[in-house]
Design a protein around this ligand. Structure first.
Ligand code: FAD
Length: 384
């Protein structure tokens, strides 16, 4: 793999870095306190092409490869994980899945809006009773006499849920013994019977709209089915495999922000008559962060390279997500230690980094689930 960025990749990385410095970082603490990022950011992300990365231009996308997508995701995560998550879900889990599995008319109907930021997508897999064991979901879609579907059930912890225009929804379409099956649907969020409730009080990602969705006799047409009937679990797993690269890249951004903050503060803060950066134990904290940043970044770039070369990447994506999410927590925690008591109050950025990092080890498969995926690939034995 060539670790030198091309001119195009470096240009898109710089564009993202400047956008974040100008329009995200100055507001991140306030958005966190107020539990809501400025919704106008979605259209600005779209205008810069950040919501259309890797999507073909004929559907409104901005093209580019997966490494460019990682670079933008890292910069967004460095500025504010709430903003990064909005992109990772609407582009990474929804638009990319429509591009991969959608019919021509579904791509034409949804991708121009999703890539421009006129529309936002959310990914409805988790339910109150099924998280890690997603294949056991109980939301049900029953086909009516006219070929349309009637959906009943509920979804929990849905990122972008209250803002989304379209829900990529997973529902059980067969319970027949030996043929239990899940299907994927593209459901406009304003469909009668679909209600949403904001989930308040999150530890981190507080600026991000997270919702519970309730579906009561929601009627969707036959052509809302995404991919073949009964193949919804494959649709979900393929989305999450690529999604894990995006989460890992966001974690690299958190870890890099922790490094920047720790180095900056250690050089300014004096104790015992010298900058704390001059003490070996503080340098140990900083060097541990730096090694985690580099290792997480290289594992993440490796996934992008495998995807762009058409190779198997799912195990590598689990490895990158597992390592990068745990590393982001360690890095933010080490940076907080460098800040001492000031790290514990929200006038300084490191406490937010730690809170935002913590969820990365939980969603899109917990750390334990990633280990089971990696273990299954290595041993051939499923330990789920
Ligand atoms: P559980 O599955 O109940 O797990 C609890 C614990 O048990 C964990 O430690 C887990 O690792 C462990 N465990 C479970 N099974 C095993 C096993 N077989 N072996 C070992 N340990 C096991 N979901 C969506 O569909 N769309 C979204 O947009 C979305 N966004 C989210 C945003 C936030 C802020 C949060 C918090 C969650 C989000 N989720 C979303 C849901 C997320 O993916 C789930 O929370 C996650 O998959 C874990 O499920 P759970 O919370 O039900 O935990």
């Amino acid at each position: 793999m060539n670790l030198e960025l091309s001119e195009e990749q470096e240009a898109v990385r710089r564009l993202a870095e400047e956008f974040v410095r100008r329009e995200v970082t100055p507001h991140a603490a306030a958005w966190d306190r107020e539990e809501g990022v400025d919704r106008g950011i979605v259209k600005r992300l779209g205008a810069l092409g950040f919501l259309g990365l890797t999507i073909p231009e004929e559907y409104g996308g901005s093209g580019g490869d997966h490494l460019a997508y990682c670079l933008v995701t890292e910069e967004l995560g460095r500025g504010d994980s709430s903003v990064r998550g909005i992109v990772s879900v609407s582009l990474g889990l929804v638009a990319k899945t429509v591009a991969a599995w959608g019919s021509e008319s579904q791509k034409r109907a949804w991708l121009p809006g999703l890539t421009s930021g006129e529309a936002l997508g959310c990914f409805g897999l988790t339910e109150p009773g099924t998280g890690s064991d997603a294949a056991n979901l109980t939301t049900r879609a029953v086909r009516g006499p006219g070929g349309d579907w009637v959906v009943n059930g509920s979804k929990m912890f849905i990122t972008n849920g209250t803002w989304a225009d379209v829900v990529l929804l997973f529902a059980r379409t067969s319970d027949a013994p030996g043929h239990r099956a899940v299907s994927a649907f593209l459901v406009p969020a304003d469909t009668p019977g679909l209600t949403r409730r904001t989930v308040h009080g999150k530890l981190g990602l507080r600026g991000q709209p997270t919702a519970e969705l309730v579906l009561q006799d929601v009627r969707v047409p036959a052509d809302a089915l995404l991919g073949p009937e009964g193949k919804g679990f494959s649709v979900a797993m393929s989305a999450l495999a690529k999604g894990r690269m995006s989460v890992a890249a966001g974690c690299v951004g958190i870890a890099q922000a922790a490094l920047d903050a720790a180095v900056g503060y250690a050089g300014e803060r004096e104790q015992f008559g010298k900058p704390i950066a001059s003490y070996q134990l503080v340098q140990e904290l900083i060097s541990d962060i730096a090694v985690d940043v580099e290792a997480a970044r290289l594992l993440t770039w490796r996934v992008a390279d495998l995807i762009d070369r058409g190779q198997d990447f799912a195990t590598a994506a689990s490895q990158a997500k597992l390592f990068a999410s745990e590393a982001a927590v360690r890095c933010a925690n080490n940076a907080l230690q460098v800040f001492g008591g000031y790290g514990y109050i929200d006038e300084y950025p490191v406490g937010k980094l730690l809170r935002d990092a913590r969820v990365m080890t939980l969603y899109e498969g917990t750390s334990q689930i990633q280990k089971l995926i990696i273990g299954r690939a290595l041993t051939g034995i499923s330990a789920f």
